[in-house]
Ligand binder design. Structure first.
Ligand code: SF4
Length: 356
């Protein structure tokens, strides 16, 4: 492949820069594949600042692969609550069990075996291989993608399949045989701290003299912006129902959107129907009685839609219809504090839960 500069020069410059400016992160001083894998999964679509406390708590509770395998999925999801993208937590648990039962607890050290595990794509596999096993393997996470788009001045949509193919080729061409462990972290750090999305600091970038976007004055123009898609708005109604036994909650099915998380009874609000009508219908489906009081609305943004949640309070004395043998259960406030409620319902509880 013809490159506009010597790839060895890129890694040389990056490694020198990393030696001086690399970040000191909790998962940096280890080669333990379990810890590297955990950090990489947590960092998918999540900032370092958000991940650090979760990473530390997770390792305190599950310091090893065996400890994670011995935990229940509920325990893992409880610890994950608030970090979002919950399929990651489910895959984490599934992968741990798979490695222990099928590979004797040893992390695979090759690309194909890693990519066969749940939740591990090519970039995460590359990060584990290079950081934990010091093997030369390209990575292409969000930070690296942005650096490459600018370094090679890719002017097209960076999310197209053509871009995907080209970016992987460049990532491969630049990944050195020497010190792949440091190189992987260096290029990720460069994207996170210097070649940032809005304000790239080209003057202080080690790739300044090589970078095509910098030479052409395009650094802030790239990557080209995604055409804004209209985010759908979903309306729902939730009931915070209190009785002597506590508040009524249910757990979502383990698979699918927000799988395994807890929530108040809720229902979609069909167009043209009023929230109080739908709330009354939901209450009657639960075979409960009590006066409904609308206490407010919660807005919450999920990855693919915006939620407008109308919240009603209900005090009821008859709890048995939904308490026995159903997916619902009554929880005290103390229990509820430690349950993994999903984002919008945690907001509703924090805002309105004490109004009863
Ligand atoms: S010179 Fe600027 S645009 Fe190019 S890699 Fe460095 S920070 Fe990014």
């Amino acid at each position: 492949m013809n490159l506009p500069f010597d790839p060895a020069e890129v890694s040389r410059r990056l490694l020198v820069w990393y030696g001086k400016e690399g970040r000191d992160l909790p998962w940096r001083n280890t080669r333990d594949p379990y810890r590297i894998w955990l950090s990489e999964i947590m960092l998918q679509q999540t900032t370092v600042a958000a991940v650090i406390p979760y990473y530390k708590r997770f390792l305190t509770q599950f310091p090893t692969l065996d400890a994670l395998t011995a935990a229940s999925l509920d325990d893992v999801i409880t610890l994950w609550a608030g970090l979002g993208y919950y399929s990651r937590a489910r895959n984490l648990h599934k992968t741990a069990c798979q490695i222990v039962s099928e590979q004797g607890g040893l992390f695979p050290d090759n690309l194909d075996s890693l990519m066969a595990l749940p939740g591990i794509g090519r970039s995460t596999a590359g990060a584990i291989l290079s950081i934990a096993f010091d093997k030369s393997a390209p990575i292409l996470d969000g930070n690296v993608r942005r650096v490459l788009v600018r370094l090679f001045a890719w002017l097209e949509d960076p999310r197209s399949s053509q871009a995907e193919k080209q970016l992987w080729l460049w990532a491969e061409a630049l990944t050195p045989e020497e010190k792949p462990h440091d190189y992987a972290q260096a290029i990720m750090d460069l994207g996170a701290t210097v070649c940032t999305p809005r304000d790239p600091d080209c003057d202080n970038c080690p790739l300044h003299a090589l970078c095509l976007a910098n030479k052409r004055g395009l650094a802030t123009e790239l990557p080209v912006a995604r055409r804004q898609k209209k985010v759908p708005v979903r309306q729902q109604v939730a009931l915070i129902i209190s009785a002597a036994d506590g508040l009524l909650l249910r757990q979502r099915p383990p698979e699918g959107f927000l799988g395994g998380l807890w929530e108040f009874p809720m229902i979609d609000l069909p167009p043209r129907l009023k929230a109080d009508q739908v709330a009354a219908r939901l209450l009657s489906e639960l075979c409960l009685h009590g006066s409904l009081e609308k206490v407010g609305e919660i807005r919450h943004v999920y990855s693919h839609f915006k939620l407008e949640l109308s919240v009603f309070m209900v005090n009821t004395v008859i709890a048995e219809c939904v308490a026995e043998g159903s997916k619902y259960c009554w929880c005290s406030d103390v229990e509820l504090e430690s349950l993994p409620l999903h984002g919008a319902h945690r907001k509703a509880y924090n805002q309105f839960g004490n109004n009863r």
